[in-house]
Design a protein around this ligand. Structure first.
Ligand code: BG6
Length: 480
């Protein structure tokens, strides 16, 4: 059971609130994890009566929640805890109205969830302070992206830090709330077997891929200014890289875990000058077919510039300059409108030192994050019959099947619960966000300076050819 609190969701009529946050809160409510005194207050500009908001919320929640989990009586009780407060988050007077509406905290912690564009983070924090709402108990949750560069992220962090202490700030990267991503830590730090081979003398290279079939949906305006590097690589992919590469923390506790992650981000070898051309690839999808349907080219998407050169795909060869990982390439790639939705981490081990049998003999550990949650270890085995003909066979751990009796939690359920519990382990600390930008900024700058336009790839493909070349010249290829 959580603490009694008011959860205020700025951006209450937006996609994030309606598709992710409210369904997650419904599940937590249904499973009696929320204190009965918890109130959820959605805030947005639209002047809606409460009842209309409840109808909107219900429509979206019904669409997101499995039918077997959507229960009328639970919804009635849940929606009784849900309110809507129309306000303009850029107007200080509206925060005075909000403070009057909320009244005295009376033992309730206030959680401010900013599901808004990042340019509103600082004005909202300042208005909350001026209206007397940012007390020492309050918590503020910020959605990625935090800024669009190191400079803007630092400015946001400074301004937020002037209102809230670091332990009151929860910077969400929803990938850290995914079960399989947390499993990565369990896999590494609860199985002694892997530790001796988890280093450069055994690992040939690592691949981290997050491929989507979705396009930019209704977010063209935001996405066209961000692109794949800011939207995905700076945060989700670098967080995954940290979990693969970090040293074991001394305790499973917020500061210890984040100290180790930040060391990895700081050890990333900068990609500058000619390396920007040689070690990165940007792409943009053209027209094509996804699941049998024709889809338009990126620059014809809603709210996207017709001559946009924003990348919808990025691939990077990263290196970590430390003892454990020296010489091991980490290939990262992410893209929209790709052949299939699949996120995975592949640890490719080195071949055996002396070949007894003919053919490539390599082990590969695959950690599939989505759509299936699987961990499999590719082993070489002898195929039946005469002779020593070898074949790779997978030792397969299908987590969805193993835990088939347990409902799989959505990332936001876990993360919201952690905010209510005041546990920041799975949230990005200020220095992590800034270290990630410090590595990404020179790549973006290099693209601008050398005018590196994105390479075209047809929707429904695996990204531009150049992404394959990034590995091929070293005799490697992307796992598919
Ligand atoms: C978000 C990005 O952070 O993650 C989106 O802004 C992307 O562009 C989404 O589609 C992917 O999340 P998931 O959980 O579907 O892999």
């Amino acid at each position: 059971m959580t603490i009694p609190c008011d959860i205020l969701v700025f951006g209450g009529t937006g996609d994030l609130a309606l598709h992710k946050l409210l369904p997650a809160l419904y599940h937590l409510f249904r499973e009696a994890r929320l204190d009965p005194a918890v109130r959820i207050i959605a805030l947005a500009r639209r002047n809606l009566p409460r009842n209309d908001y409840l109808k909107l919320a219900e429509r979206h929640c019904r669409a997101q929640i499995a039918r077997s989990n959507f229960e009328e009586d639970v919804w009635q009780r849940f929606s009784a805890r849900l309110d809507y407060f129309p306000m303009d988050a850029s107007q200080s007077a509206d925060f005075g109205r909000l403070a009057r509406y909320l009244g005295e905290p009376g033992g309730l912690t206030r959680i401010f969830y900013l599901a808004t564009a990042p340019n509103l983070f600082v004005p909202i924090a300042n208005h909350l302070r001026n209206a007397g709402l940012a007390d020492a108990e309050a918590r503020i949750v910020l959605e990625k992206p935090i800024g669009h560069s190191l400079e803007s992220a630092t400015a946001i962090n400074e301004a937020i830090g002037a209102v809230f202490e670091e332990n009151q700030v929860f910077r969400i990267d929803h990938y850290l709330g995914k079960e399989t991503v947390q499993n990565l830590m369990a896999l590494r730090f609860a199985n002694a077997l892997l530790e001796p081979v988890w280093r450069n003398n055994q690992v040939d290279h690592v691949q981290i891929s997050v491929c989507e079939t979705l396009g930019v949906e209704n977010r063209g305006g935001y996405y066209d200014r961000a692109g794949a590097i800011r939207d995905m690589l700076q945060n989700h992919l670098l967080q995954l890289l940290c979990l693969v590469a970090m040293e074991p923390p001394s305790q499973f506790e917020a500061e210890a875990v984040r100290d180790e992650k930040v060391k990895i981000l700081r050890a990333l070898k900068p990609i500058t000058g000619q390396d920007v051309q040689d070690k990165t690839v940007r792409g943009q999808y053209g027209a094509g077919r996804i699941g049998g349907q024709e889809v338009p080219a990126y620059y014809f998407e809603k709210d996207v510039d017709n001559d946009s050169d924003t990348e919808t795909f990025v691939a990077v060869e990263a290196h970590i300059d430390n003892w454990r990982w020296a010489g091991v390439p980490f290939y990262l790639r992410t893209g929209k409108r790709m052949a299939r939705r699949s996120s995975q981490i592949v640890i490719q081990f080195k071949p055996v030192p002396h070949e007894l049998f003919s053919g490539a003999q390599v082990n590969q550990l695959l950690i599939q994050l989505q759509p299936d949650e699987r961990i499999s270890l590719r082993m070489m085995t002898k195929s039946p019959g005469k002779g020593m003909r070898l074949e790779p066979v997978d030792l397969d751990l299908n987590l969805a099947q193993v835990f088939s009796q347990t409902r799989r939690w959505e990332a936001y359920e876990r993360l919201l619960l952690d905010v209510l519990d005041g546990d920041s382990t799975l949230f990005m600390r200020r220095d992590e966000v800034e270290a990630a930008w410090a590595w990404v900024d020179p790549i973006i700058k290099g693209w601008e300076e050398h005018f590196q336009p994105p390479r075209n790839y047809g929707a429904g493909n695996n990204g531009p050819e150049q992404a394959s070349a990034l590995l091929a010249h070293q005799g490697r290829h992307w796992y598919s």
